[in-house]
Design a protein around this ligand. Structure first.
Ligand code: GLC
Length: 713
C-alpha cells in the first residue's frame, strides 16, 4: 500500500479478489451482542476467516471488535471489517428519542448530540451508525415515528443535515467520525394503516413534495451510506427498485456512497412475491443498485454462480465492491485497521456527555397545557409521584438504546427525590390493573398536596414492529387517572411515549399536561427541573397529536380540497363525529410565560423574482421574568399549477425576551422558499398571490398577503 494512490491500491486489490471474495465484501453479518432481526448469522467467525464477510453489525467494544478484526486480517486477502450498529439516539449516553429531540427545534443541539454519539461509538470500535432515520410520517399508529423527526419535510431535512454532519464530521479518517446511514430509503413512514412493513402506495408528487426532501438533504450533506426500506414502491420492493436506487438516488441526486439493504430485505423479496428464489432476489437487488446485503447472505450464496453463468455482469459486482473498499480506505482501515479497537474500554457517560444529554432532555419536553399556571410546582409541597413509569429507568431510555445502560439512567423518581419530598406509588402496571397498587396510589394522593401522574408507553410499545391501532393510554392507566382525579387533589399529568398519543379525554380532565417522550439517561433529572421550574419547557411539537385515531393519517400541511371545511356547510370536508384539526397541532408548545403577537407585516406587497421579501412580527413577553419562544413562519401559495397545502413551514427562530421586552422578529422569504415540485418534479416558483404566516404554532398565526410578480412584472 505504501506510496500507492487510493485508486491504484483499490484496483490492484480488486484484481486479486476471487468472485467469492468479492461477494464476501458485500456480505453484512450480525453478531450476537444485540438482536435487531429474525435471522442470525451462524458461523460468523468462519465466514470472516474465509474472507466471506465485509462488515458486521451488533458487535461493539474494543475487545469484541478486535477479536473479529484480527480474524479478518488473517483471511487470505486480509481486508478489514467495518463495524456498524443502531446508534439511534446515543451510544452509551442516551439522549431523547429522535422524535422527542426534534421538538427542541435546536439544530445545533441535535448536531452536538450526534457528534457525542459518534465519538462514543468510535471509541467502542464502531465505524458506522444506522442513523439518521429520516422517514417522514403522518401516522402515529406506526411505532417507528419514534425514530424520526416528525411530519414536516422542511424541518426534517434540516435535522437530517445536522445529524449527518454530527456523525461524519469533516473527515471520515477522524478517529471520532462514523459513517452515517440514511434510512429507510424510501417512503417507509407511509405504510397502509400505519402498520409496520405494510405496503406503501404513493403518487410521485407526494414523494417529491413530502417524503423525499429529508433523504435528499442528507445525501447532499454527504452521507456515505443509504439503507433500503422494507416496503415496495410502485409495486417493486425498495431493495430491487432500480428506478429508486440507480436512476433517482445515483443518477438524479448524485449519490456517491453505497447502499445497504435493511435486515434480510434481499431474501424477503420472495415474500413480496417478486422473486422466486434467492438467486432471483440477489440478481434483482444487485442490478437495482444495492451494494451490501444485510444478513440474508443471498449475495454470498448466489452472486458467484450468477456471475460465472453470465446472468450478472462482473462489472456490476466490481462497482459494488469498489464502493465498499473505497469507504474502508476513507475510514483509514487499510492504513490502521485496529485503530478503533486497540485500547482499553473508554469511560463513556462522562459528566460532559451527561450534561449534554440533560440539556437535550430539557429541550425535548413539550408543555401541551397549563391552565391556571399550575406548573411549575413548588419544591416545598408534599408531592405524590404516581404511575407505572414514575420509577422506570429503562423506559426513560426508550426504544433503540444501543449500548445504553439503564442503571446509569435517572427515572422521574430519581430526579424528583433529589429536589423535593416525594411519596411514590406505582398505581398500576403498564397494561394491567392491580387493586393493591391502586389502593396505595389513592392513599399517597390523599396524603399529598399535589400529585404528579406519570403515564404512557413503555419502551416496547413503540419503535420497530410496534404499531398500535389504539394510541390512547392503556385502559388501566386511564382508570388510575380517574381514581386519582376523584381524590380532588391538584394533579399534573406527565405523559411519556414514542409517538403522538390520543389524549382527548386527558385534555378534558387535567389542567396541565407535559409530554416527556423518552428523555434518555438524564431524563428524570431534566423532568424535575422543568416540573419545579428550574428550567422552562421550550419544546414545540414536530408531529401533531390527533383528537382521534380515526383522523389518521393527518398533517397540518393538508390541502384545501374542492370543498374546504365549513362548520355550517353540510357539503364540506369534515367528519360527523370529530373536528378536522389536531388536538395539539404541529408547532404547538407552551412555556412558563405569556406572549403578545403584533400584526404580521411584509417589506413589500409585490415580490420581484430574485428579490427576497421580509416578513416580520412583533412579539412581547408579558410576564415578569425572561422567557423563550420559537416563532414559526409558514407560507401558502394561493393559486398554483398544482394543489398546494394550506400552509407549509418555511422558517423558525428561537428568541429569549426579558420581562416585558418586545422585539420585531423578521424572516426572509426567497423564490426557493416558495418553490414546489413542478410538472417535471424540479423546483418551480410561479408568480401569483401568497400568504405568509407567523406565530407560536401552525394553528395560531397572523397573516400577510403579497404577490410575486412574473419575470416581466
Ligand atoms: C432493523 C431496522 C433498521 C436497522 C437494521 C439493523 O430491522 O429496520 O432500522 O438499522 O435492522 O439493525
Amino acid at each position: 500500500m505504501a506510496g500507492m494512490s487510493k485508486d491504484a491500491f483499490l484496483h490492484e486489490l480488486l484484481g486479486r479478489m476471487s468472485v467469492e471474495e468479492m461477494a464476501g465484501q458485500l456480505n453484512l453479518l450480525t453478531g450476537a451482542m444485540d438482536a435487531t432481526g429474525m435471522k442470525h448469522s451462524d458461523d460468523l467467525e468462519a465466514k470472516i476467516r474465509a474472507g466471506h464477510c465485509g462488515a458486521v453489525l451488533n458487535v461493539y467494544t474494543p475487545a469484541a471488535t478486535r477479536a473479529l478484526q484480527e480474524l479478518a486480517l488473517a483471511s487470505p486477502l486480509g481486508i478489514p471489517l467495518i463495524f456498524g450498529y443502531d446508534v439511534i439516539h446515543g451510544h452509551r449516553t442516551i439522549y431523547p428519542i429522535p422524535l422527542g429531540l426534534s421538538c427542541s427545534w435546536n439544530l445545533d443541539l441535535i448536531g452536538r448530540c450526534a457528534r457525542m454519539a459518534a465519538a462514543e461509538s468510535a471509541a467502542d470500535g464502531l465505524h458506522w451508525v444506522y442513523s439518521p432515520m429520516v422517514d417522514i410520517s403522518q401516522d402515529p399508529r406506526w411505532g417507528r415515528v419514534a425514530e424520526g423527526a416528525g411530519e414536516d419535510p422542511w424541518l426534517g431535512a434540516q435535522i437530517a443535515v445536522a445529524m449527518v454532519r454530527g456523525y461524519q464530521g469533516n473527515d471520515l479518517a477522524d478517529p471520532t467520525s462514523v459513517l452515517a446511514c440514511v434510512k429507510h430509503f424510501a417512503l417507509y413512514g407511509a405504510p397502509m394503516g400505519g402498520r409496520d412493513y405494510h405496503t406503501v402506495d404513493m403518487s410521485r408528487r407526494e414523494m417529491e413534495d413530502t417524503y423525499f426532501p429529508p433523504y435528499r438533504a442528507a445525501i447532499d450533506a454527504g452521507a456515505r451510506t443509504v439503507m433500503t426500506a422494507f416496503n415496495d414502491i410502485d409495486g417493486i420492493p425498495a431493495s430491487a427498485n432500480r428506478w429508486l436506487l440507480t436512476e433517482l438516488l445515483r443518477g438524479q441526486w448524485g449519490f456517491q456512497g453505497w447502499i445497504v439493504t435493511d435486515y434480510t430485505a434481499v431474501t424477503e423479496m420472495k415474500n413480496h412475491g417478486t422473486a422466486a428464489t434467492d438467486a432471483d432476489a440477489a440478481r434483482q437487488s444487485l442490478e437495482a443498485g444495492v451494494d451490501m446485503d444485510m444478513v440474508s447472505e443471498a449475495f454470498l450464496s448466489e452472486l458467484p454462480a450468477l456471475v460465472k453463468s453470465g446472468a450478472v455482469r462482473e462489472e456490476q459486482l466490481d462497482a459494488a465492491v469498489l464502493r465498499v473498499l473505497e469507504t474502508k480506505w476513507d475510514l483509514g482501515l487499510f492504513r490502521d485497521p485496529l485503530a478503533r479497537c486497540n485500547h482499553e474500554p473508554v469511560i463513556h457517560s462522562t459528566a460532559e456527555n451527561r450534561s449534554l444529554a440533560r440539556e437535550a432532555a430539557r429541550e425535548s419536553m413539550v408543555l401541551l397545557k397549563n391552565e391556571g399556571e399550575i406548573l411549575p410546582l413548588s419544591k416545598h409541597q408534599n408531592i405524590a409521584l404516581i404511575g407505572p413509569l414514575a420509577d422506570s429507568r429503562r423506559d426513560m431510555l426508550g426504544c433503540w438504546i444501543a449500548a445504553g445502560d439503564e442503571s446509569l439512567a435517572a427515572s422521574p423518581l430519581d430526579g424528583f427525590r433529589e429536589v423535593a419530598t416525594v411519596v411514590h406509588a406505582q398505581g398500576c402496571g403498564i397494561s394491567e390493573a392491580n387493586e393493591d397498587l391502586l389502593a396505595d396510589a389513592i392513599r399517597a394522593a390523599t396524603q399529598a398536596d399535589v400529585v404528579v401522574l406519570v403515564l404512557g408507553e413503555n419502551w416496547q410499545m413503540n419503535g420497530e414492529a410496534a404499531s398500535r391501532t389504539d394510541i390512547r393510554l392503556p385502559q388501566c392507566q386511564r382508570e388510575l387517572a380517574k381514581h386519582i382525579l376523584q381524590t380532588g387533589k391538584p394533579c399534573v399529568l406527565v405523559t411519556m411515549s414514542g409517538r403522538p398519543l390520543e389524549l382527548t379525554w386527558e385534555n378534558s380532565q387535567f389542567p396541565a399536561i407535559l409530554h416527556a417522550w423518552a428523555l434518555g439517561t438524564e431524563g428524570g433529572h431534566a423532568l424535575a427541573e422543568v416540573i419545579f421550574g428550574d428550567a422552562a419547557p421550550v419544546g414545540k411539537l414536530t408531529m401533531g397529536f390527533p383528537r382521534s385515531v380515526g383522523q389518521l393519517p393527518m398533517t397540518y400541511r393538508e390541502k384545501p380540497t374542492g370543498r374546504p371545511f365549513n362548520a355550517t356547510e353540510k357539503y364540506s370536508s369534515k367528519y360527523l363525529d370529530a373536528p378536522n384539526d389536531a388536538l395539539y397541532p404541529f408547532g404547538h408548545g407552551l412555556t412558563y410565560a405569556a406572549f403578545d403577537y403584533g400584526p404580521v407585516t411584509a417589506s413589500c406587497t409585490e415580490m420581484k423574482p430574485g428579490e427576497p421579501i421580509t416578513v416580520s412580527a412583533e412579539i412581547t413577553n408579558r410576564t415578569g421574568h425572561p422567557a423563550t419562544e420559537t416563532l414559526q413562519l409558514y407560507v401558502r401559495d394561493l393559486v398554483a399549477s398544482v394543489t398546494r397545502p394550506l400552509k407549509e413551514l418555511r422558517g423558525f427562530q428561537r428568541i429569549t425576551l426579558d420581562a416585558g421586552e418586545s422585539k420585531v422578529v423578521s424572516f426572509q422569504l426567497t423564490d426557493a422558499d416558495l418553490a414546489f415540485p413542478g410538472p417535471d418534479y424540479q423546483p418551480l416558483t410561479e408568480p401569483g398571490d401568497f400568504v405568509a404566516m407567523v406565530g407560536p404554532s401552525s394553528a395560531s398565526v397572523g397573516c400577510v398577503r403579497f404577490t410575486r410578480t412574473a419575470i416581466n412584472g
